[in-house]
Every structure is written in C-alpha cells, then in structure tokens.
Design a protein around this ligand. Structure first.
Ligand SMILES: Nc1nc2c(ncn2[C@@H]2O[C@H](COP(=O)(O)OP(=O)(O)OP(=O)(O)O)[C@@H](O)[C@H]2O)c(=O)[nH]1
Ligand SMILES: [Mg+2]
Length: 451
C-alpha cells in the first residue's frame, strides 16, 4: 500500500459538517491515536463501514470535537486501500487542526484528485467513471448531474465494453486461425465479423452524435446579445438575469465592453454575453468594444439579435439580421414591445416580441431558447460530454470503418485485424485500460483536493 494521504474533503467554508479523509496503510493507526469511540473499543477494532461516535482529540489527548468516524478496509473502500473518514462539526479550525495532527502522525497532504486516482489505479473505478466524479461535482444543471451520475455508475463503460469484447472475440479468432493453421479451427466467419463491426459502428456513431449537445450541457451555451446601439440589449440582459447587471441609459453607445453572466434556464446553462452596440464610430474605446462584439458573434453558439421594435429598421439592423441568419442558432428579439410603432421583420428566424420594462415576452423568449436545444433522447449517462471521450470514440469509428472497408475489399486478414485492434485500443482509452500515464495524471490534476 503506498503512503497515507489526508485531506479536508468538504472545502474551507464554515458548514454544519466537515469531513477529513485518510487513505493508506497508516489510516487505522492514525484513527486509533486521534479518536476514542464511546464504546471504549479501538477504532481499528470497530466494524468496517459503520459510523462510530466518539471523542476526537490531539496526540496529547486534548479534546478537539465530538464526532463520527468510519473505517473501511482494503480492498473494500473507495480507494481500495484502508480508509478513515472523520465527520466533524464543519469548523475550518477544527478540520485544519485535525489535518495537522494526521500529518504529524505520518500522513501527507493528498494531491488534487489523489483519492479518485488511487481508486482508478486499484481497479475500483473505470477511468470514464472517475472522470464523471469531477463532472458530477462541477455540474451546473440537474440534467448534467444526472448524466454524470449515469457515467459514474458505468453507463459509458458498459456501452463500450460490449463492443470491446466483441472485437476481442474477433481478434482472438483471427489469431487462432493465423497462428495455428494446422489445427482444426473453424475458418474465418467474415459475414459475422462484418455484422458485429457494423453494429459497433452504428452504436458508436449514435454515441458520438450526442457530443455536440453534451458539450453545451456541460460547459454552457455561449449566447451573445447583439444589436445596434440603443436597441435594448443591456435591458434584455438585465430582464433575463432578474437584476440590474449592466448599465442602461438612453445614450447610444452605453455598453463599451462585453459583459458575461451565467443564466440557468431549466436544463440549460447560458453564458449570456451583452455586447457593445455595433456601429461605425470614431470613438476609440467604442471601436474596441465593437471589435469585441464581433468576436463574441464568432464564438457564440446562440445569437439573440435585438432590434428596436419601436423604430423602423436601419441599415445597421439589417447587418445584425444577416449575422444572425449565418449563426448556428439565432433568435430575433423585437424589443420595447410596450412602446407604440411596432415593426415587422421579414426573417426565417424565430422572432419574439419583448418588453424588458414590463417583462412581457420574456417567458416566451426563454421557452423559444429552450426549444432550440432539446436534450438527446437517450438514457442518463449516455450523453458524451467529455472531449477526451469523444476523440477516442471518433478514432474507434475511423478504425472500424477501415476494418469494414478492408473486409468489403477482400483485403488480407491481417489488415482487418490491425484496424479492429486499433479500434479496441481507442475504446480502451475510455475506461482507462490502454491509456497513457501522463494522460491520467493530467485528468486527476484537474480534480479538487480531497476528492
Ligand atoms: N420603453 C422601453 N424602453 C426600453 C426597453 N428596453 C430598453 N429600453 C430603453 O432603451 C434605451 C437603451 O437601452 P439599453 O438597454 O441601454 O440599450 P443597448 O442596446 O444596451 O444600448 P448600447 O449599450 O448603447 O448599445 C434605454 O433608455 C432603455 O431604457 C423596453 O423594453 N421598453
Ligand atoms: Mg448596452
């Protein structure tokens, strides 16, 4: 068992409960020194995976807290090693003192993600499940958290493992025929291989198709509010957020810089970006702002094109409409519905009339945005959200396609075999069985300390 690591698992804020966890050879011995169960028995003699009430004290016996402690024995623990968790009152001071006592007794500070890394290295978690631990912690919506929970429970692994095993069967058969030509082994079953690989290709293509939506689910949807000066962009930002985030005046050119705020809309997380009104200007600051607006348009997944609904369209409005029509997703927002002089706009884009002053139309706008980004109709856990996973699935698909082409062309068996094994290697990177060590190190270094 490697050295013993310790960390505060619950952060540094004051809270009702705070947890210090230990993993490694000395975990039990440290618990015995610092914790006395009410029963009088040693903690290391307590039943594993059971909460034990008692007195937490320092090495000299001075009382630190009354708390709960639980011990798990290798390999039946999260990390696969002996582990101890102290559930104390959530006082940062108590937790820090306890941690220092653990260090004095031979534990060392855990690195970011080190508990989960040990769980992976000890075969307790597939790599894709270990990554889902970070995703569930970082999730910004219930849907995102549910998908991460599904992946934590092995949804991706199950899906890819079946394909991996089918390909491994093909591979084994190929090797048997090629390596032992004299034995009485059934000859190649090319039609069956083809069917298996077609099915695998189909399943992985469907999985990869979820990634574009999955990425937006995980990272949020960059949504730029664009329009000419005074169109009502900042007012719309404020109305959507529900508070006065951006300065609003009747002077055109009020917003000079982009302003970004997160907005939760049911299952969606928008990264709303208010921009400087786009126009030709001699003012240097405003010109820089307009350049930022244009770059926000480039980066946005969704454009909210705001047109002043109380005034006739201008040339600048036409330019905004043209940009929106080019975008991946866009909505036209006709602002200032409460004022008279309503205009109509000819566009194929969905159009919503709103008043940021009265709030009229804001619900309809939110609904229209939601309708643009439906979730893929697949079980939780089967939406790809991780670029590393998508990249590996993409490579597996390329190799499968090459293997299928080789089969169809009547190529020599070794070509089919090589491509099929390349596909297996790519799939193995998902659950971690064929992943390079520097890749796993990079993955776990992004975790928080204590996880
Ligand atoms: N009556 C009414 N006035 C509005 C509405 N939305 C915005 N306005 C007014 O229009 C003017 C410009 O609003 P802003 O939200 O600052 O417009 P903007 O598009 O951000 O303007 P710039 O930052 O200059 O590009 C202000 O006087 C707002 O009060 C609305 O729904 N109804
Ligand atoms: Mg503004």
């Amino acid at each position: 068992m490697p050295d013993t690591i310790a960390a505060i698992a619950t952060g540094t804020q004051i809270a009702a409960i705070g947890i210090v966890r230990l993993s490694g050879e000395r975990a039990g011995e440290i618990a015995d020194t610092l914790f006395t169960p009410q029963s009088g028995k040693a903690m290391s003699a307590s039943a594993p995976r059971t909460l034990v009430y008692g007195r937490l004290h320092d090495r000299e016996g001075a009382l630190l807290d009354l708390c709960l402690c639980t011990i798990s024995r290798a390999p039946h623990s999260y990390t696969g090693e002996d582990t101890v968790e102290f559930q104390c009152h959530g006082s940062p001071v108590v937790l820090r003192t306890l941690l220092d006592e653990c260090f004095a007794l031979g534990a060392r500070q855990a690195l970011p993600g080190e508990f989960t890394r040990r769980a992976f290295l000890n075969g307790r978690l597939a790599l894709s499940s270990a990554e889902a631990v970070a995703d569930i912690i970082d999730a910004e919506s219930a849907e995102s958290a549910k998908n991460a929970a599904g992946q934590l429970a092995g949804a991706l692994q199950e899906r890819t493992e079946k394909i991996y095993n089918d390909l491994a069967d093909i591979s084994a058969h190929y090797h048997a025929v090629l390596d032992y030509p004299d034995e009485d082994i059934e000859p190649f079953r090319l039609a069956a291989y083809q069917r298996t690989m077609e099915e695998a290709h189909h399943s992985l293509s469907a999985l990869l198709a979820t990634f574009s939506r999955g990425k937006l689910m995980k990272d949020g949807i960059p949504a730029a509010i664009i329009g000419r000066p005074n169109a009502g962009k900042s007012s719309l930002l404020n109305a959507l957020l529900g508070y006065e985030r951006a300065i609003v005046t009747r002077i055109p050119g009020t917003t000079r810089d982009t302003i970004e705020e997160k907005l939760r809309l049911g299952p969606l997380t928008l990264r709303l970006i208010d921009t400087a009104g786009i126009r030709e200007t001699d003012d240097e600051v405003e010109r820089l702002g307009v350049a930022r607006s244009r770059s926000a348009i480039e980066r946005a997944e969704l454009l909210l094109a705001v047109l002043d609904g109380s005034e006739p369209l201008t040339e600048e409005d036409e330019e905004i409409l043209a940009a929106a029509e080019q975008a991946k997703h866009a909505l036209v927002v006709l602002s200032k519905k409460d004022l008279s002089g309503g205009i109509t706009v000819e566009t194929t884009l969905p159009t919503v009339n709103v008043s940021s002053v009265t709030g009229e139309g804001i619900d309809a706008l939110e609904k229209a945005i939601g309708d643009m980004f439906p979730l893929p109709g697949v079980p939780a856990g089967e939406i790809l959200t991780n670029a590393r996973h998508a990249e590996a699935v993409g490579r597996a698909l390329e190799s499968l396609r090459a293997a299928l082409d080789a089969l169809a062309d009547g190529a020599t068996p070794d070509i089919v075999l090589t491509e099929s094994e390349n596909a297996m290697a790519a799939l193995g990177e998902l659950d971690g069985r064929t992943v390079r060590q520097d890749v796993t190190e990079r993955i776990f270094s992004r975790f928080c300390v204590g996880k």
